[in-house]
Design a protein around this ligand. Structure first.
Ligand SMILES: NC(=O)c1ccc[n+]([C@@H]2O[C@H](COP(=O)([O-])OP(=O)(O)OC[C@H]3O[C@@H](n4cnc5c(N)ncnc54)[C@H](OP(=O)(O)O)[C@@H]3O)[C@@H](O)[C@H]2O)c1
Length: 326
């Protein structure tokens, strides 16, 4: 079968994706050739596609930030993986392809207990859930935190991981089906933020005290309310902008809110060493492999139908994780 990638010439709408034949050379020193078996779909890919985040240098860009597959060949000096290994990875671009060359030190082995489709959809999202609640802010048993878009890909993993830690997770989600799904994935309370004022509801649920941390990936539509949900010295973790970027947040608002903290983290700054990458992947694959975290794939698309996948994710039509199949 001829290898192909779904390319896009310039930032724009999803109609710009084209199926483009590709030719791959043999892996050079430190590189691995990987045949993709499944590719994860992420909101990050939408920011790249529309030009909200930096565009890759090539004109016909290959987007896609997470995948799983089999190592077909390795170059000189590769020690961490070998041909035949099942591997997964997350890097910002290049995953929307049948095969690709990669720096071998970005690959992690997938344990037998985790299927490829699952690995392809949890490597980026699950390591994100891990660093957000262990490193950006260490959530402890007994704490209460708020998570927006709780029924999304990252959201369903966060709810279960917070419950596993012993924290009380309050989620928000759009519509009754997503509310029920989030409740089934670790959240103690889920607020339909389309029909209910989430600030009032969080205040009520916490007897006026507010939450220790807010994990906000929605951005423009929620950030003001998120600050209002925090207790004194609480932390606002702004890790995405599915409704648009946060604009106008001044440092004095942190004082007015009660000596608050605010951070805008990125996964790639939390896995840049091999050790950190392996540690987070191990923690994630262990809990998914032993069933502590349920990681179902809820939407499947052919890789060639990536435009439909983008339309569904951007249009809030998906819940949990989606996969693209080459
Ligand atoms: N900083 C990092 O390291 C990092 C890493 C991974 C992901 N992220 C961020 O985490 C978030 C979740 O990623 P994901 O891939 O798992 O996506 P997702 O949560 O499955 O999808 C995004 C969800 O955001 C909600 N949303 C609210 N307003 C929206 C709007 N105007 N347009 C579209 N969606 C809207 C929708 O849920 P409702 O219908 O329930 O509102 C939608 O389903 C994204 O913002 C992503 O960029 C950040």
């Amino acid at each position: 079968m001829t290898d192909y990638a779904m390319t896009i010439a310039t930032p724009g709408d999803e109609e710009g994706f084209r199926r483009t034949p590709i030719t791959l050379r043999a892996p050079g020193p430190g590189e691995a050739l990987v045949r993709h078996t499944a590719i994860g779909l992420n909101f990050l890919d939408i920011y790249h596609r529309v030009g909200q985040y930096p565009w890759p240098v090539e004109r016909d860009a290959i987007l896609g930030s997470e995948a799983a597959g089999v190592v077909e060949a390795v170059g000189d000096g590769v020690e961490v993986i070998a041909p035949g290994d099942r591997v997964a990875y997350t890097i910002p671009y290049g995953a929307y392809a049948t095969r690709r060359l990669l720096a071998s030190d970005r690959l992690v082995r997938i344990p037998d207990s985790v299927p490829d489709e699952v690995a392809a959809t949890i490597t980026l999202k699950g390591m994100t859930a891990h660093y957000l609640i262990h490193s950006t802010f260490r959530v402890e048993a007994g704490m209460t935190v708020l998570v927006h878009a709780a029924a999304g890909g990252v959201g369903l993993l966060l709810g279960q991981w917070l419950a596993h830690i012993g924290a009380t997770a309050i989620g928000t989600a759009g519509g009754p089906e997503k509310v029920a799904l989030a409740r089934d994935h670790g959240y103690t309370h889920v607020i339909d933020y389309r029909s209910t004022d989430f600030v009032e509801e969080v205040r009520r649920l916490t007897d006026g005290a507010g939450v220790h941390a807010v994990y906000d990936s929605v951005g423009r539509d929620t950030w003001r309310g998120s600050l209002a949900c925090l207790r004194r010295r609480g932390i606002f973790v702004c890790f995405g902008q599915s409704s648009g970027p946060v604009e106008g947040l001044g440092i004095k608002e942190l004082a007015a809110g009660g000596s608050l903290y605010a951070t805008r983290p990125s996964l790639f700054h939390y896995i840049d060493t091999r050790n950190e990458l392996e540690e987070r992947a191990r923690a994630l694959f262990t809990l998914v492999g032993n069933g502590t975290l349920r990681a179902e794939v809820r939407q499947r698309f052919a890789l060639a139908d990536v435009a439909a996948a983008h339309r569904a994710l951007a249009g809030r039509q998906t819940s949990g994780a989606s996969v693209l199949l080459p």
